[in-house]
Design a protein around this ligand. Sequence first.
Ligand code: SF4
Length: 104
Amino acid sequence: MVSHNRRHFILQAAGLCAALAGADLAFAALPPVDENDAAAGSLGYRAKASSVDTAKFPKYHAGQTCANCRFYTGAAGEASGPCPMFPGKSVAADGWCNVYAPRV
Ligand code: SF4
């Protein structure tokens, strides 16, 4: 017979594994921001920073990308990651929007 402590541990470990798998799937499943949707358009988001419309968004300067923005929470080296400006979506590491603020 399995002791209460051992059974408790096994159940907790199983729950942790399920939670981690769920979190991993949730992250992996984040769809990319569509440059043409309303929120992206209003913030001037582009998946390639070099294609920003500088006439409309003069704040952009070469070298600014999501990867070096303080709001980007993607892992270093990843092609995309989350940003709170676009909940439930992923932004391109090479992207940019008008809320850009450099990491300090
Ligand atoms: S706030 Fe920063 S990380 Fe988010 S989309 Fe704009 S530039 Fe990219």
